[in-house]
Design a binder for this molecule. Structure first.
Ligand SMILES: Cc1ncc(C[n+]2csc(CCOP(=O)(O)OP(=O)(O)O)c2C)c(N)n1
Ligand code: SF4
Length: 291
């Protein structure tokens, strides 16, 4: 699908009748705005887009975006999205999940979807805590981070989602910040346009439970890859940026064109599964195929 000259919609057309219940100042608001802006820029319609949501404050966005939606199980939105894409690859399929959902319970699904290059856009609200359940430590909490689940500080090293996606042969790896809506909108547009798995990890301040990784902290720590001459076709350079600690680079780390998962399946590469004619097959005939 190509982008229209004049937008068909305004961002408010992707609102529903309910307003989000997030805490005032929560980074989720910025991601919500960027997602709607991106859908406008891409010329998408509510009926050609499916957003699959994880469980968490982030996943509660399911009530607030006017597209098809699937709000399933904690840690499982990625396989649901892969199934939707396999059934009808004409749809734009996006996943919204938290860092607990995506890098904790759903870590295995994430890595396998990356290496399979499933054509979905994965937007992870990375607030470094389990927000909805009141701020416990998550897989991306910094070592030493104290919360009610780790009162003496986290012992483990944090998950580095950017390096994991790069190491699993990811074809589109990016990071945004919820406080820079314009920049994040551009990343989501590029991620949806990319044919394959797009990871967009988003720094999303949880203003209620994470008093360390705040808006002010991210404003001081983030730098834009586009402004420092980073070459997004260089995987090794991307890995080096992913491990920086002095500053936190946001932007497009890496992009490569490779066939998406469904494009490598001859049965559906051309025609989406839902458009295949139904064979007039009886149950007995079908059963015989497997005997
Ligand atoms: C399998 C399973 N484990 C635990 C829970 C409880 N639970 C619901 S939301 C949540 C935390 C969500 O944190 P995160 O995914 O980081 O999203 P956030 O709320 O921060 O957006 C947990 C642990 C659950 N619903 N299902
Ligand atoms: S608890 Fe944190 S993540 Fe959840 S809505 Fe409030 S600020 Fe946002």
């Amino acid at each position: 699908m190509s982008e229209p000259e004049q937008p068909k919609h305004r961002a408010s057309d992707f609102n529903t009748s309910t307003f989000p219940t997030w805490c005032p100042g929560c980074g989720d608001f910025g991601i919500w705005a960027a997602l709607k802006n991106a859908l406008v820029e891409l010329g998408r319609e509510p009926h050609d887009t499916v957003v699959v949501y994880g469980i968490g404050c982030s996943g509660n966005m399911a009530n607030n975006v006017n597209t098809y939606a699937f709000h399933g199980l904690h840690g499982r939105p990625v396989p649901v999205a892969e199934g939707i894409k396999m059934a009808n690859h004409g749809l734009t399929v996006i996943v919204i999940a938290g860092d607990g959902d995506g890098y904790g319970e759903g870590l295995g699904h994430f890595l396998h979807a990356v290496r399979g290059n499933a054509d979905i856009t994965y937007i992870v609200h990375n607030n470094q805590v389990y927000g909805l359940t009141t701020g416990q430590t998550s897989p991306t909490s910094d070592k030493g981070y104290k919360s009610k689940s780790t009162p003496h500080g986290v012992i483990e090293e944090p998950i580095n989602p950017i390096s994991l996606a790069l190491g699993a042969s990811g074809t589109f790896v990016a990071r945004g910040y919820a406080g820079d809506i314009k920049h994040l909108t551009s990343l989501i547009v590029q991620g949806v346009q990319h044919k394959g798995f797009s990871l967009i990890d988003v720094f999303q301040p949880c203003v209620t439970f994470n008093k360390i990784n705040t808006h002010l902290w991210f404003q001081k720590m983030t730098v834009k890859l586009e402004e420092m001459g980073h070459d997004p076709s260089n995987r090794e350079a991307a890995i080096q940026q992913a491990f920086r600690r002095d500053q936190l680079p946001i932007g497009l780390y890496y992009k490569e064109d490779r066939p998406a998962y469904h494009e490598q399946l001859s049965q559906i590469a051309e025609t989406p599964l839902v458009e295949h004619p139904l064979e007039p097959l009886t149950f007995d005939e079908l059963q015989k195929e497997f005997m």
